[in-house]
Design a protein around this ligand. Sequence first.
Ligand code: ATP
Length: 169
Amino acid sequence: MYFKRIDLHGFKSFAEPVSIEFHEGITCIVGPNGSGKSNISDAIRWVLGEQSPKMLRGGKMEEIIFAGTASRKSRGMAEVTLVIDNSTGILPIDYAEVAITRRMYRSGESEYSINNNQCRLRDIRELIMDTGIGVDGYSLIGQGKIADIVSNKPESRREIFEEAAGIVK
Ligand code: ATP
């Protein structure tokens, strides 16, 4: 299982539709300070169901929608789709490729879908549970997170190990 592609539209600094292809192995994203590298990992976190604006480096969830610049209008909606290779069948769904989409309007409401079928956040959570890619897992490690893990309470550390071992469910 690996991420094949992420499509961003209206998410943070991605005003226009942008598609980033990943390949098996390591992908590095390089760019100057403030160019939007972390916004990409925020988008992965967000599409997988993150509910905490703080985890997305913001104050309010609405801040993830493109806010506009001097030369570009703001957007009314943010949409992110993450395409995951499931040829090994690790996700409990009968598709070799799984596209998870989250869309949010300024009203704050989020819509989720799996392969274009609208679903609940809970369905996304269940789909990725015990794979380690969830927002409560250990795969999405941002700046400062390592220190967090090391200095965490034993119970929180245990949650990370349980997710890694695939025994949460
Ligand atoms: P660094 O290397 O300093 O960590 P980075 O390349 O990871 O930087 P990000 O933190 O991902 O950069 O991007 C920050 C940029 O995204 C800032 O310029 C900020 O203005 C822009 N940005 C964040 N949210 C929005 C939004 N809602 N609308 C428009 N721009 C946004």
